[in-house]
Design a protein around this ligand. Structure first.
Ligand code: ARG
Length: 590
């Protein structure tokens, strides 16, 4: 099915043509079209163009108006204020365009991007043997939405979960497990399966015990350090023990991702250890090209604008003076793999803003080395901190970081209470299922609906509120529309372009028409919050449409009822598609 041009794009095109006829030297200038309260659209671009051409803006606007052919698309166009253009569309055009778009049931008329490429998205990267916390929530939720958005535009997306599965801390863990071989054993469960909860609690206990010994027992410390050397040398037994930590951790990670209702595939988990074989080569390439230099034994990259408090430059350390490789060497090797192995054009890193300096230095190093350039871009999609109600970084009352699972469980509990209270004909089982969909949706939506780089307050009361900019509000709007459509017999309603539209119908229809543009913009800017804002507005416009324009009772004439059902269907399908892109479920009944 050929993509349907949105109404605003068609109007834009009309105005641009009229503009270049009225003012040839303006070339293909942008008339700057916006949705407006006064008319359907307002164009504000004439003012600046008139100024540049030293013309009277109202006169230029009038000349543009005289060039516009009114009729099928544009019903009315007039000059307003100092030289704005107010544009009103023909009702028929609005309905027809929507009908054409929604005939494409798979994509709702959203076109594929013109030049799709390959993007690697680095997200959902927890650390082995460690509990997941709210920071990992953000990376997972934002990353998942960005992956869906990009895939929907036709981009080839490679997912990479760069888990923390390497480093000196494994020395003490491996040594401890060797000395206490049953610490990770599972309590026999009936089906022989271990729960993520049990796996993590074993790992957590072992981590604490190992750390305690490491800090208090010099001899254990020595043995643990030797283990790091063995690990890096690839000693088979040491590697086998290390692998157990990774496997147990994955059981836990997968259980959390499942709770988050998020698909994470095993082959996409390529952690820090996945680049071990490349580290020496990465250092050699950087040193030979002069991008990195030896300084006090370490291999370093220096930057003019990165200095410590004492004014001395702070380098990116690619290899430590003892020969060890760290976080930077791994990330630089991962870039080589993603650019030259996976043939990516774009690398997106969904990582906490507190790591921005690291990525700035890593990207700049890769650029100097020629691994990144005009044809391959890297971008950190940096996210802010999750705050508690007190506005400080989210902690438990005891001042510890909050376990992600506890937080998700609480959200589901709260949401289940809301669902139960409103439930009319739902079974206990349905309440539990919807409670999870609403609770997890609430957490995801709250995270996605502020622009990623900002901090936000984790406030469950607000998140599961039925009024306001929440996923629950959108889910209820969706379920309500589905119930209306069921009552009307659940057939795909047909549009009636010949009917005049009520104010509230036009507003809803025009907004629905902007779905494709919103998706394209949210994908191009890695900005899921633009989609949440759009969907919230859609649900709000639906609410006022439904208030003002009866669909079923009192029964309007049949064609009017059908056209309104058509608008209901358009809204429901847009809500569902939009929420799916965000990773949020839309239950049919609530
Ligand atoms: N594991 C890291 C953390 O928990 C995040 C990894 C981010 N990705 C990367 N390529 N460095 O903070």
């Amino acid at each position: 099915m050929a993509p349907v041009t949105s109404l605003s794009a068609s109007v834009q095109q009309h105005l641009a043509t009229a503009l270049s006829a009225a003012l040839p030297e303006a070339g293909s200038a942008d008339p700057l079209l916006r949705r407006s309260d006064r008319a359907d659209f307002q164009a504000n671009g004439i003012l600046a163009l008139a100024k540049k051409a030293k013309a009277n803006p109202r006169e230029l606007a009038a000349q543009v108006v005289s060039q516009v052919v009114t009729g099928e698309l544009i019903q009315d166009i007039e000059v307003s204020g100092p030289g704005f253009l107010n544009v009103t569309l023909a009702d028929r055009a609005i309905t027809e365009n929507l009908a054409a778009r929604y005939a494409d049931t798979d994509r709702l008329g959203v076109p594929f991007a013109e030049n799709p490429g390959t993007t690697v998205v680095d997200y959902a990267q927890p650390n082995v043997a460690k509990e997941m916390h709210v920071g990992h929530l953000r990376s997972a939720v934002i990353g998942d939405a960005v992956v869906h958005l990009l895939e929907f535009t036709g981009e080839t997306v490679v997912r990479r979960h760069h888990i923390g599965d390497w480093g000196t801390q494994f020395g003490m863990l491996i040594q401890y497990l060797d000395e206490h071989p049953h610490e990770l054993d599972h309590k026999s469960s009936e089906d022989g399966e271990v729960s993520g909860e049990e796996a993590m609690s074993n790992l957590g206990r072992l981590y604490k015990a190992a750390r305690g010994l490491f800090d208090s027992d010099e001899e254990f410390k020595t043995r643990a350090r030797r283990r790091v050397v063995d690990l890096q040398a690839g000693d088979a037994h040491t590697l086998a023990v290390w692998q157990r930590f990774v496997d147990e951790s994955k059981i836990y990670f997968f259980s959390v991702f499942e709770k988050l209702d998020m698909e994470v595939r095993d082959p996409d988990i390529v952690g820090e250890s996945g680049y071990n074989d490349m580290l020496a080569e990465t250092c050699r390439l950087l040193e030979e090209s002069g991008v990195a230099v030896r300084s006090e034994g370490a291999l370093c990259v220096f930057f003019d604008d990165v200095k410590g408090p004492d004014g001395n430059p702070v380098p990116l350390i690619v290899q430590k003076s003892d020969g060890g490789y760290g976080y930077a060497a791994t990330d630089l090797s991962a870039i080589r793999d993603r650019v030259f192995g996976l043939k990516a054009n774009t690398l997106v890193y969904v990582v906490d803003a507190r790591q921005s300096l690291h990525f700035k230095m890593v990207f700049e190093t890769a650029r100097r080395a020629g691994w990144l350039g005009d044809d391959v871009r890297a971008h950190q999609l940096a996210f802010g901190t999750v705050l508690g109600k007190d506005g400080k970084p989210f902690k438990t009352r005891e001042g510890e970081t909050v376990r992600l699972v506890d937080l998700l469980d609480e959200a589901v509990d709260r949401a289940s209470a809301v669902v139960r209270e409103k439930a009319q004909d739902l079974s206990e089982e349905e309440i539990a299922e919807r409670g999870a969909q609403v609770g997890i949706g609430a957490v995801k939506y709250a995270d996605l609906s502020t622009s990623a780089n900002r901090d936000y307050k984790f406030d469950l009361d607000q998140m599961v509120s039925l009024n306001g900019d929440t996923s629950v509000y959108l889910q209820y709007a969706y379920a309500r529309i589905r119930s209306i459509l069921r009552k009307a017999g659940d057939v795909r309603p047909s549009a009636h372009p010949e009917l005049p539209l009520h104010e509230a119908e036009r507003a809803l229809g025009l907004h629905a028409d902007a779905f494709a543009e919103t998706v394209a913009e949210a994908a191009a800017e890695y900005a899921p919050h633009k989609l949440t804002a759009y969907l919230y507005q859609l649900a709000s416009l639906f609410t006022s449409f439904y208030d003002k324009c009866p669909v079923i009772k009192p029964a309007p004439p049949q064609d009017v009822a059908e056209n309104r059902l058509f608008l209901c269907d358009v809204t429901a399908r847009t809500l569902q598609q939009g929420m799916t892109l965000l990773g949020i479920r839309t239950p049919e009944r609530l």
